[in-house]
Design a protein around this ligand. Structure first.
Ligand SMILES: [Fe+2]
Length: 210
């Protein structure tokens, strides 16, 4: 998968890399209980003792925990988008199949950038499906595929949830944890989800059937 995706990503990479480079350093997320930095995922996984960046160990750990929770949600949404890419049916199949291909490639880039942001703040990124599922707030889509209208609506709603969560992290990272770089990063991630949610709604079956 890696090499094909890398090839595919190149086309859409500009978009994502623009976001990521415009917001260098960003990652971001959440505000619910699960995504509360205080409740985190890998609290003790750290090599931040060697960093001297002006951010306290305690704060960098909270930022990393919040980022790992975002990472978990991104992975759930990535998997769901792949699921729908594979299983979507109907007269709009071809257009939606290709459209969702582009969307999951964009999510793959986001996932990579969030994980690497965790490393940049001195901690280890979550890397197992079990940990992702344990900490994600988004729900998987199990069982039979639903109709295309519902698939698109479900994906758009998940992007909206990530937009809300990342928006709350902007101020947390900047004001509570003194990490302007991560605040900037998470702003970029929020903007990516805003764009993807817009494209989902604009490209849904109803629009295509017009
Ligand atoms: Fe495919």
């Amino acid at each position: 998968m890696a090499s094909k995706q890398k090839a595919n990503v190149k086309g859409s990479q500009k978009t994502n890399q623009n976001v990521i480079s415009k917001n260098k350093g960003s990652s971001g997320l959440v505000n619910t209980k699960k995504l509360n930095p205080e409740n985190s995922v890998n609290p003790d996984s750290s090599n931040s003792d060697n960093l001297n960046t002006g951010i306290s160990e305690e704060n960098s750990k909270k930022v990393a925990n919040a980022l790992n929770q975002v990472l978990a949600d991104e992975f759930v949404l990535y998997t769901k988008t792949l699921n729908f890419h594979w299983n979507i049916e109907g007269r709009d199949f071809h257009a939606l199949h290709l459209f969702l291909d582009d969307q999951y490639n964009q999510l793959q880039l986001i996932i990579d950038s969030v994980a690497e942001r965790v490393r940049k703040v001195g901690h280890f990124a979550t890397g197992s499906m079990k940990e992702f599922l344990d900490s994600a707030s988004l729900n998987e889509h199990s069982g039979a595929a639903c109709v295309s209208e519902n698939m698109i609506a479900e994906l758009a709603a998940d992007h909206d949830e990530l937009i809300r969560k990342t928006r709350t992290l902007i101020d947390d990272f900047d004001e509570k944890y003194n990490d302007a770089g991560s605040a900037d990063f998470i702003t970029g991630i929020m903007k990516e989800h805003e764009k993807m949610a817009w494209m989902l709604r604009a490209s849904g079956p109803q629009q295509m059937g017009k």
